[in-house]
Design a protein around this ligand. Structure first.
Ligand code: FAD
Length: 390
């Protein structure tokens, strides 16, 4: 593609969508990634990274990211269109793109040098990052985290533990929220820093989910030396960077998940077509479709607001709540329509639905639990009176 054509797709979203759709549906070059089942998380991520390399080589996943970070320009709407069109073409939204949406915008905004150094290789699937926020004693109460980084000259020395790190077993880097202030400094004493998984003193222990897939990991830091230029934002600015980041974590992940949910919904209907269905199936199907469409209707507005540079802030919790509803609804529908096959079916299709059903149980936990999201909405969006403390 000429640089003029690239520049015009970065400014003309409709033309980008049309050209991307033609590319994704033209010939069999992408068939390797269509409707594929993977026996392990590691296989799936490797295959998805290969898809990113393919898209990068032809330029398509570079839209929506700045040129300084390896992108072709454009904004969040381009990325939203990419996820939508991949799903519509029966292709996966590559797993590493999920964490890219969570971590990438904050790195671009608060550490442009790191974005220039590392984002291009992320976009071409050569490596990806994990999010090191949660700890054994700090999930909902993130400001209580203990993983510590002490400054020594031009370096920080990290010690502590992170927990529930998505893609942690295969990530090349971790974007970690760490304590640089005093133990009791809460959110005021936090900083964000990027750590190489291969650095001496980092050890990673994968966590297998109920499905058997090793989606998460525990990460331990034992006096890990990290150059000070790996800070994302200033020392002590970690909480502000994390709040900025959470807007994308909640909003873009919701959009990506909605795109995938719509594809999976269609696939489910194809799978059960012509088979006897339980009583009330038509109503359940309609309700589930409604849940997915409600999520998309909300999410498209949020993505546009992010693209316009607006602060979405706590309102992104609406998207997160709708996402959990849609995910749960879709996978419960699959369980009920597939019936005995869901429990006992030996085929890859039913195996995937089983594994995805287990994962869908975490939709009300990951990225902030449903209870906490509702409290954020009550306190910061609706301005309701605070609950009396016990
Ligand atoms: C699949 C999955 C992927 C994840 N990926 C990542 C990742 O990549 N990086 C990362 O850093 N973390 C990740 N997490 C961790 C996730 O962010 C935390 O699990 C989540 O924030 C909840 O924290 P917790 O598990 O410590 O539960 P807790 O905070 O201990 O909460 C336990 C229960 O108490 C409730 N609760 C807690 N506080 C309140 C309150 N104030 N009001 C009302 N109810 C409350 C919660 O709603 C929940 O039901 C992931 C989690 C899952 C399940």
């Amino acid at each position: 593609m000429t640089s003029t054509a690239t520049a015009s797709l970065a400014t003309d979203l409709g033309a980008y969508r049309t050209s991307l759709r033609a590319y994704l549906n033209n010939g069999d070059a992408l068939d390797r990634w269509r409707g594929k089942h993977h026996g392990s998380t590691e296989d799936r991520i490797a295959e998805h990274a290969a898809l990113m390399a393919h898209l990068y080589q032809d330029g398509w996943n570079r839209y929506g990211w700045p040129a300084e970070a390896g992108g072709h320009g454009g904004d969040e709407r381009h990325r939203g269109v990419l996820y939508d069109e991949l799903s519509a073409a029966g292709l996966p939204v590559p797993d590493p793109q999920l964490m890219l949406e969570t971590l990438g915008p904050a790195v671009v905004r608060f550490a442009p040098d790191l974005a220039a150094r590392y984002l291009p290789e992320y976009l071409r699937g050569a490596n990806w990052w994990g999010q090191g926020f949660s700890e054994p004693e700090a999930g909902s109460d993130l400001a209580g985290l203990r993983c510590r980084a002490r400054r020594e000259g031009e370096h920080y020395v990290l010690s502590g533990q992170k927990l529930w790190t998505s893609h942690g077993a295969t990530a090349s880097r971790f974007v970690c929220l760490v304590r640089t202030g005093t133990p009791e400094s809460r959110h005021r004493g936090l900083s964000m820093i990027m750590v190489d998984a291969a650095a001496p003193g980092v050890s990673v222990r994968p966590i297998a989910l109920a499905s058997g897939y090793r989606e998460l990991a525990e990460v331990f830091f034992d006096d890990v030396v990290v150059p000070a230029d790996r800070l994302v934002g200033e020392e002590g600015q970690g909480w502000a960077v994390a709040m900025y980041l959470l807007q994308w974590e909640r909003a873009m992940y919701a959009w990506q998940s909605a795109a995938v949910a719509l594809r999976r919904f269609r696939e489910l209907l194809g799978q059960v077509a012509g088979k006897p269905l339980p009583d009330g199936a038509a109503t359940r199907i309609g309700e589930c479709y409604g849940d997915i469409v409600a999520l998309r209707a909300r999410s498209v507005r949020t993505v546009r607001r992010l693209a316009a540079g607006e602060t979405v802030g706590p309102e992104a919790s609406v998207d997160k709540v709708l996402l959990a509803t849609a995910e749960t609804s879709l996978h419960d529908l699959a369980r009920d329509l597939l019936g005995t096959d869901f429990v006992l079916g030996a085929g890859a299709d039913t195996g995937d639905w089983r594994a995805d059903w287990w994962f869908s149980r975490s939709a009300t936990i990951l990225g902030g639990s449903a209870e906490v999201q509702r409290t954020i909405l009550a306190d910061h969006v609706l301005g309701l009176p605070k609950e009396p403390r016990a």
